[in-house]
Write a protein of this length. Structure first.
Length: 178
């Protein structure tokens, strides 16, 4: 949900159709890799708007329904880039550090280990290729996670008993060394 009104309309559609909002899963991500020096600041704004504001808009739209019904977990999908910035991902990492500060969060691995790219290169130069041994050395050679892997982990966490609170769940390829 890129805009506040879109998030509100989406939640209203859910409430109209299902009468409830049982959970919110925010999985916003735009990555524009590159150096800070000489970077196009419009790309920074796009990442901040999508990765941070999009999450805020969705949370704000869902909270009234969840409060009225007395329940509803919020899952904000983040990235390992929100734990450690790597060369060329400074602003993206900044946005994911922000997401990690929200109520419930899930951290997945860097984009190099997820099968779907977060980069959108329309109108921009292609992202630099991963540098062997520098971007994500502990995941080299590991099979990429699939979107279904992340979805299954979210469902697992949401199915936890009501007395269990999962503040963070880190997901990585099974072959990852650490």
């Amino acid at each position: 949900m890129g805009e506040d009104h879109q998030a509100r309309a989406f939640i209203e559609q859910i409430r109209d159709r299902l009468s409830r909002v049982d959970a919110l899963v925010s999985n916003a991500g735009v990555m524009r890799p590159g150096p800070i020096d000489g970077a196009a600041t419009d790309q920074w704004r796009e990442m901040i708007h999508t990765n941070v504001m999009g999450v805020l808009y969705c949370m704000r739209a869902a909270l009234p329904a969840m409060q009225a019904q007395g329940s509803g977990p919020i899952v904000n999908v983040s990235s390992m880039s929100g734990r450690r910035a790597r060369a060329g991902t400074g602003v993206y990492s900044l946005t994911k550090f922000g997401v990690n500060g929200f109520p419930i969060r899930f951290a997945t691995k860097p984009p190099s280990t997820i099968s779907r790219s977060l980069s959108s290169n329309q109108g921009s130069s292609p992202p630099p290729p991963p540098r062997k041994g520098r971007l994500a050395p502990s995941f080299e050679g590991a099979a990429a996670l699939q979107a279904a892997d992340v979805a299954q982990a979210i469902v697992y966490a949401l199915a936890a008993l009501p007395r269990v609170r999962i503040d963070e769940l880190m997901i990585r390829p099974a072959a990852a060394t650490r």
